[in-house]
Design a protein around this ligand. Structure first.
Ligand code: MN
Length: 161
């Protein structure tokens, strides 16, 4: 094969690879199907307290100037937190998708864009996506800086349904 031919083949390969990559990338974004406001951010560093894949974008860090940690949390379909509680409570603002919220011993609540969930201090609960929908909420930590999360057991498939 001549050098020219080889160069042409390599170039064609590069272009095909690029196009394939683009298609795959677009497909992934389409699959996520999130029409929301803030970037989904990185894979959640607290992932070990969650089932399924989740993403966290801290919109305001928990610094001692504002004492107002604000995070954008995105859940893939079926993903949810473990059971847990916050010593200072938490407020969720739903941005996109369909979600689930449950307090221990109560019915599961279905969440949609625009819903507000006020979680009182020390109430055991979990939150997450519907089985067939991505879900995004903002999490506001309240009563900081003395607000600590206590993580409990995962939400079983039976509890999640
Ligand atoms: Mn919570």
């Amino acid at each position: 094969m001549s050098k020219k031919k080889l160069a042409a083949v390599l170039m064609a390969g590069l272009i095909c690879g690029f196009i394939l990559g683009k298609i795959t990338e677009d497909k992934t974004m389409e699959d996520k199907n999130i029409d929301t406001i803030f970037a989904m951010g990185e894979e959640n560093p607290y992932g070990k307290f969650f089932t399924g894949k989740t993403y966290l974008n801290m919109l305001s860090q928990g610094d001692d100037v504002f004492n107002a940690p604000v995070g954008n949390v995105t859940f893939e379909p079926g993903a949810r937190t473990n059971w847990h509680k916050h010593s200072g409570g938490q407020i969720l603002l739903v941005l996109a998708g369909e979600g689930r919220y449950q307090e221990r011993g109560k019915e599961i609540r279905i969440l949609h864009k625009g819903d507000v969930v006020r979680i009182a201090p020390d109430v055991e609960h979990w939150h997450g996506a519907a089985p067939d929908s991505w879900f995004t909420h903002i999490s506001l930590e309240t009563n900081v800086p003395n607000n600590k999360a206590q993580w409990l057991e995962p939400v079983s498939d039976g509890e999640y349904k």
